[in-house]
Design a protein around this ligand. Structure first.
Ligand SMILES: C[S@@+](CC[C@H](N)C(=O)[O-])C[C@H]1O[C@@H](n2cnc3c(N)ncnc32)[C@H](O)[C@@H]1O
Length: 392
């Protein structure tokens, strides 16, 4: 039987329950409808007496379970499975080559994945590592923020200095800098999307699938809070969160509206730029969110591909001549990436494709369809395409 090492055992039980019991509780409650990350958040919120280190250990145990689930014996008690998963994670961290590529491809992701994308070993290896935590500082404030928070790696010089990797252990949501809106937790690839949009102060943009506002806040920051962003989504509760986040960040140059994604657009305004950050299978987030590997299905990819095509085609109607259209989706499946882009171009000849490069990677070359992957960037897997609306 695999045993976890002494330092992974609970030194002090958090309240009545141990770290492993809490992890077990979360795993038992998580379903496709109630994903593990959400269940975990609620559970940890209710455990007021936990130390930050204990919270981190519960999260680590839950995510290790899903990351290493393909190796676990389901007939064993859940506690033992979680212990085994932690042991496997530790082994992978110290001796990654003790796992073969073939083994990782066969066990770390579901078999149907190979029917929707090329499953490459470097990508699967990246999925088995713990994801990095990325922050986006307000424009020009990256270095100052890094000093205040400590334990930060600044991505690069000039504007890249506003992208930080946090390596510390503090709960960032409880810092005064977060409460003051000095930074957002935002994945590296999501930050790349905002920079590809590159809106200018004074322009008018439409963030058609604005959700809880991650990219909308970034667009506003790049626009120095000047000009206007229409932020739409079909989920009212997401827009409510967007408004709370915008208030905290001091973002005022936006208008939140409901849009179901149909041909009737929320406004007759023609925009300098439209971002369609489409709903997707989320395959690109599988290193951060390993539970989704086991709840996502091949049918989701097919169904979402149709939704993405329709959203893109409808939202394109809001772009003014000479304006730009950007499509982004945190997935790597062919049907949600290149086939959406090709389908759009077949149905809409008024747009010319723009080459895009990863603005957060020095020396990256422009390509027709940008595919960001965790093994190269350290962020989520993401696809990005851009077009300009022809002027005649
Ligand atoms: C990838 S998320 C957007 C994330 C957001 N842009 C951000 O950066 O935080 C996709 C969003 O599309 C929305 N959505 C799904 N189907 C839609 C539809 N048919 N019309 C409009 N929005 C839709 C979802 O509610 C979700 O908020």
């Amino acid at each position: 039987m695999i045993r976890i090492k002494a330092q992974n055992r609970i030194a002090r039980p958090p309240g009545q329950l141990g770290v492993l019991s809490l992890a077990e509780k979360v795993i038992r409650a998580a379903t496709r409808e109630q994903p593990a990350d959400g269940v975990l958040r609620v559970e940890l919120k209710g455990q007021k007496g936990l130390w930050p280190e204990e919270r981190a250990r519960v999260s680590r145990a839950v995510f290790a379970y899903y990351r290493w689930r393909g190796w676990l014996d389901e007939r064993k008690p859940m506690r033992e499975q979680v212990e085994s998963a932690l042991e496997l994670a530790e082994r992978y961290a110290s001796e990654p080559q003790s796992f073969t590529d073939a083994e990782l491809i066969a066990r770390a992701v579901p078999g149907w994945l190979a029917t929707v994308m090329k499953v490459a070993a470097p990508w699967v290896r990246a999925l088995q590592t713990e994801p990095r935590l990325w922050l986006r500082a307000r424009r020009g404030q990256g270095r100052a923020l890094a000093e205040k928070l400590g334990d930060c790696r600044v991505l690069g010089a000039d504007s890249l200095a506003d992208t930080l990797e946090y390596r510390g252990r503090s709960d960032l949501f409880h810092t005064k800098e977060f409460r003051a809106g000095e930074f957002e937790l935002q994945d590296l690839s999501s930050q790349a999307v905002g920079r590809i949009c590159a809106p200018r102060p004074g322009e008018t943009w439409w963030d058609a699938c604005a959700g809880e506002g991650g990219k909308m806040l970034h667009l506003s920051d790049l626009m120095a809070n000047k000009g206007l962003i229409w932020a739409s989504d079909r989920a009212g509760w997401r827009l409510a969160t967007l408004k709370r986040r915008a208030a905290r960040a001091g973002v005022f140059n936006y208008r939140a509206v409901a849009w179901e994604g149909g041909s009737r657009l929320p406004t007759k305004t023609k925009f300098d730029g439209v971002l369609v950050d489409a709903p997707c299978s989320g395959i690109g987030t599988w290193h951060r969110n390993p539970h989704a590997r086991w709840t996502t299905m091949a049918e989701d990819v097919k169904e979402l591909s149709g939704v993405q095509q329709a959203l893109l085609l409808h939202a394109a109607g809001g772009v003014k001549p000479g304006g730009r259209l950007v499509y982004a989706a945190c997935t790597l499946a062919d049907a949600e990436t290149k086939r959406v882009v090709e389908g759009f171009e077949r149905g809409c000849s008024q747009f010319a494709r723009l080459a895009v490069r990863n603005p957060l990677a020095l020396g990256s070359v422009p390509v027709d369809l940008l595919m960001l992957s965790p093994q190269e960037s350290g962020g989520n897997g993401m696809c990005v395409a851009a077009w300009v609306r022809k002027t005649e």
